[in-house]
Ligand binder design. Sequence first.
Ligand code: DOR
Ligand code: ZN
Length: 432
Amino acid sequence: MSELLIKNVKPYGEGDPVDVLVRDTRIADIGTGLTASDDAEVIEGNGQILLPGFVDLHTHLREPGREDTETIETGSAAAALGGYTAVFAMANTSPVADSVVITDHVWRRGQEVGLVDVFPVGAVTVGLQGKQLAEMGTMAAGVGRVRMFSDDGVCVDDPLIMRRALEYANSLGVLIAQHAEEPRLTRNAIAHEGPNAARLGLHGWPRAAEESIVARDALLARDANARVHICHASTAGTVELVKWAKSQGISITAEVTPHHLLLDDSRLETYDAVNKVNPPLRESTDVAALRQALADGVIDCVATDHAPHAEQDKCCEFAAARPGMLGLETALSIIVQTMVRPGLLDWRGVAKVMSEKPAAIVGLDDHGRPIAVGEPANLTLIDPDAEWTVRGAELASISNNTPFEDMTFPAEVTATVLRGRVTAREGKAVGI
Ligand code: DOR
Ligand code: ZN
């Protein structure tokens, strides 16, 4: 039997500090003045905030295929350092995760690394080509038990394929997550369509490309009596559409990224491709609407869209650069800056949008659970008073493409616990 005693912490940032005793994989006791066996590991919490471990529905780990930019191991370390105990690894790898061979590999490798539960996302269509449904049932029945499918990176744009995918997913009890982008409206697009892109001579990506797919998929989900999840919502119009769909009783959920909650298209001024991302950074009015929607529950959760890229794919002309930015290690701090500090969310709210709701959306039993006796010990300890400055080279990811370089943020993850084992502590991932 192994014991871990986390002393002097405030669950959900509420009330007086307590001790939390973990025995093996579960929380055994919560109270004051708790003691543990002599060989127990002890974390001195100093009044810091204890939350359930975070769950990221949208992570690109690049394995298999681009291990020069990230691996399941390095991405898992980044996740643990960011306070995550579960991440969903997107299917746009090389080869694409459109078969059980790949999805089972991702699951097994994640378990072998042991820093975070890596849940594989299966592709909706073979090769992300949008033409033929992948064998979702086989992937769902595999060791990796795939419960979310997405062609993320590209949109399932054919409405008939999307309709069939939703029907099929419904019968399997799995979730389809859509990268909402009507490709005929975004050909050659590299930046949000608006005054900034026009002035800078960057080809525009109109809001309607996202919103038209969100509206369409809401209707398809209604008719199929299925659930649909919208990846990285980026516009005020998407917020209105999701709100409408929910008001109709449609089973729709949506996520927002930390970067869309913090940055807008004024960042394009320098032509630095570190700011290139898909969907693009929008306008300040969109940012304000996204923050409010997350506070109101119209947008259900935060997801990072952690997207590592090699230097040669980012440090080049804007049009040629790949879209995407790192996200796992900066997510919590950005949520504190954009949501907690302005009074839009309290710590219980942070637990909801970063842990409980994402776990519920995909139906995880052991993550996003309450901090209570008998529950799995998947936990994140946060120093709310810390400040830190982001340096890409110091992050655990192999790639350095963070748009937050040199920015100073509030709040720091000081420890992460996965099933009773400390996976990160004071800025270092702790391997098995
Ligand atoms: O910016 C993005 N990067 N958006 C996506 O949809 C895909 C991702 C990637 O894989 O790099
Ligand atoms: Zn995407």
